[in-house]
Every structure is written in C-alpha cells, then in structure tokens.
Design a protein around this ligand. Sequence first.
Ligand SMILES: *Cc1c(COP(=O)(O)O)cnc(C)c1O
Length: 393
Amino acid sequence: MSFSAFLPPRRILMGPGPSDVPPRILEALGRPTIGHLDPRFVDLMDEIKVLLQYAMQTENPLTMPISAPGSAGMEACFVNLVEPGDKVIICQNGVFGGRMQENVERCGGAAVVIQDPWGNAVDPQKLEDTLKAHPDTKVVAFVHAETSTGASSDAKTLVELARRHGCLSIVDAVTSLAGSPLKVDEWEIDAIYSGTQKCLSCVPGISPVSFSERAQQRISNRKHKVQSWFLDMNLIMGYWGQGARRAYHHTAPVNAMYALHEALLIVHEEGLENAWERHQRNHLALKAGLEAMGIRFIVDSAHRLPQLNAVAIPEGVDDADVRRRLLGEHHLEIGAGLGDLAGKVWRIGLMGHSSRIENINHCLQALETVLADVGAPINPGVALSAAQKILAA
Ligand SMILES: *Cc1c(COP(=O)(O)O)cnc(C)c1O
C-alpha cells in the first residue's frame, strides 16, 4: 500500500454546514503552534472572549468557546443546568430538539416535550399552556434556528415566557449566531451554545457558549456533581476565567483558536447588523431565483431562515442523483433532508462566507443545468436575472 498527502477537492459549500472557510481564516490556522499557557495565548483567549461577547451581544463573563463541536456546547448547557429529577420543557420542531430530549433524559431529568410540525416555528402559545400545566418546570429549551427544516423561532418571546414562569432558558444558536438577529442580554437568554462552522465560517470543532448570572448561580448551587468531567463549567471556568490565574484543564486546540479569533475579527469588521442584513438580502436573491425556476420553499415566509433555505424537491426528481451531480460536475454541496423530510427537501445554506453573490449565481446555474438535464419541470433561463434584480434594487 502506498500513501500520500490528502489534497481535498475544491468545493462550494452550500449545505447545512460547514460553510466556505475564507482564506484569511485558513491562513490563521496555519500559524505556528504555541503553548496553551503561553502568556501570548492567554492574551488571545481573553480577546476571543470579548469578540464572542460582541457576536452574542452579551456581557456575560461566562462566555467562552468549548473545545469541541456544537453538540458538545449543547451537552455543556444541559449537563450543567439539569440535575436528576429536574423537569425540562423541550420545544421540538426538528432534529435538534430531539437531541435536547436525549440530553435531558441522560442527565436524569424529566423531559416534557412540545411538538410542532417540521418546518413550523415553535408555537409560543403551546409553551405557555405547557408551563401552566407544569409549574414545577426548571428549564425551557428550544432551537432558535432549526437547521434541519429552515425554520426560525421567536427566541425573545419564548425566553420571556420561560422567565415569567421562573424557568431558565437554554437556546440552540448554532445556526443563528452571526446569521440572523440574536441578542443574548436584551432577550435575557440564560444559556446559549453555538458552533463555528455555520455563519462564523470557521473550521468545525469549536462551540461558543455563554451563561447568564442566573445560570451561573444555578451551576454553583448544584446538589449533584456535573456528571461530565470535561464539560463541568466549574472546572472550565478555572481555565477560561478572566483575570484569575489559568489552571490546566485540557489543552485548547491552539490553532483552531487562531482560526476562531480570525473569524470573530471578520464579524467585528463587517459589523453584526451588516452581517445580518447581508444574509437577509442574499436569501431574498436566492429565493427570487429559485422561485422563478419554479422551486417552492417549505417554510412559511414569516419564519424562514435566511441562512438555511429548505425547498421542495421537484416532482419525479431523484434526490441523491441530483446532489451527486451537483457535487461531481459543479463542485457544489447542498444538503439533503433529514428525518421526516428525507427525500422531500433540499437544504441550501447561505451561511457566513458562503452567503455571497458568486455562490448564489453558481448554485442557480448548477441547479438549473442539472434539473433541466434530468427533465425536471422547471422554467429555464429566468433564475439568474430574477436574483440579479433583487441585488440591484
Ligand atoms: C449543526 C448543528 C448542531 C450540531 O453542531 P455540530 O458542530 O455538528 O456538533 C446543533 N444544533 C443545530 C441547530 C445545528 O445546526
């Protein structure tokens, strides 16, 4: 057997994540590794915290990146805030709410699950009714941007309901962070986690989290030890805590932190509001192109995520074959449907650096070429100009 270096093919990433990583971030990743307790690295950690606080719009001192993917951020929120016997309301409207339930049960908590149809936003009325029926609830959890369906939920209202009923809130912001409005302090979110590979356009494998003062108190007053040693915030705080002397907890992925810092710098330079606007404008352009072609969105326009466009696969079209050809012939990755939506939808991501005019044009052109070739019922020749009209407005 012979081995050689792995040279990844060039791809245009327009799926549910990872998104395209800009060269600036890849260059940062390749800088020389230094010790994770080197004073210069400690300075970098402090700056990452401040930039993360900006991106999340919070002044929570307990804001930091967990050295593992978004799923670990999810787990960090649940293992720290849920104790055995605690009742937790989970609002489910897609794949990721299902994982929240799994987390609660593994913490020994009692999950009360509210279901909304896939593709819908979480219904605040159902949450309010459930909170009234279960006054002993400790925590409410939901997904802000459901990547599995492309639906956005009203985080501000859901968090307020939780607070009014004496509950802490856990919010999944993996796909919303830096892509659509998210205001941790203004909305008084208690625990939030995200990921690096969606709208931050950084390499995968890190999970920014933030905990409010109230959440921090709940963690300090726990009766039981957090069952995960690695994700115990009491211990992680000693490593990432500001001002305090850093204690060795684990070795931070040093180079990945250079990349995260660069990604956060890019968000800061563009300005958060500008980034939100760019995602929205580009979504409208892609939407105009797809709809001109005859492709239909599955989520109601009031709850559509700009960074994740879920569309119905045209009648009679072979899902896997089209995606294989997009990848093989056009270097374009789009996402398949998950769970109930498998084989029925495509998920087209416009996240972070992938949310660009070039990508919209490439996607429309590639889809049109492949769909026309397989004889799908689409209107050819109109998508690009429909998208351009939006961008020129
Ligand atoms: C991607 C995603 C996750 C999981 O993140 P990983 O980095 O894949 O572990 C969790 N929640 C949502 C909404 C996501 O889109």
